[in-house]
Design a protein around this ligand. Sequence first.
Ligand SMILES: [Fe+2]
Length: 330
Amino acid sequence: MTTLVESRDDAVVVLDRHASAIEAVARDLVHAVRDRRNGGLDSAETVAAARDAWELLPVALRGAVRRFRRHSGVSGRLVLRGLPIAEHLLGDTPMVAGSVQREASIPAALLLMVAGGLGDPVAYLPEKSGALVQDVVPVPGHEAVQGNTGSIMLSFHIENAFHEHRPDYVMLLCLRADHERVAGTRTVSIREVLPMLSAGSRKALSLTEFETEAPPSFGGGQAATEPHAVLTGAPEDPDLLIDFTATRPLTERGAAAVAELGELFEKVSGVSRLAPGDLVIVDNHVTAHGRTSFTPRYDGRDRWLQRTFVASHLRRSRNRRPGDGYIIAS
Ligand SMILES: [Fe+2]
């Protein structure tokens, strides 16, 4: 199986050597969740057990994730390779919109443990019914959707850019590659692009002259944001807030700056062609992500990623999370 990661600055950590130790911890967590019977994957008890289990994982994994948490590097992306996903236990790739995981499994356990190392898992009630572990799979009839169910080129975006409590990290774990192995997870960080961006565009992108709508995965009916800036924070290392499908410039200078930014994104972006057992973690403050196109066959063996969002400081969204749970209600 070939795996390509092409990027100028890519943090890749190969964990094959530790796969059996990681799998043992994940398997214990799966058994603990199943034995408890009352919890299920999304319960507070399961999240707590995953948080504790994180401490038992090899230092090679925990160290890489914790270093990334402190500073996500120029690319704002970390690829953990060679994770155990128990491929022999996988069923058919799901084919329906809104497909999620509700039962414990090795891949789901991995996602929840790493979420515990980065912060806490979080989900949004209007999207995928608020499940903490979500399937990212192509859905028949959704080919042209600019979202996780589509298969055409998915444009660059900060995840849930419109949302006040968008995730701090996006994690994508590959269970199955696409048939032709052409689907690439694209990322580009503002740190890679900033030195090339003109002074005029930097200034224009720092003005509150943009608004952003909710993605199709939220089912429509959500209001667009108040006017916001695309670049905020430290001028030399700003945060990025843009979704090339959903963000609308409100001025001509804003439109010109977005066009320049988009061209630079195309020029410098890195592409990861994920193989089963690869986990990509994206710093959602500085790095936008997207996907190249691929051709689904809907034969049960299509591309299958599982996704979990992470909040590094869960408390910030407390007034939107009933019962101090992990689901943001609106
Ligand atoms: Fe996304």
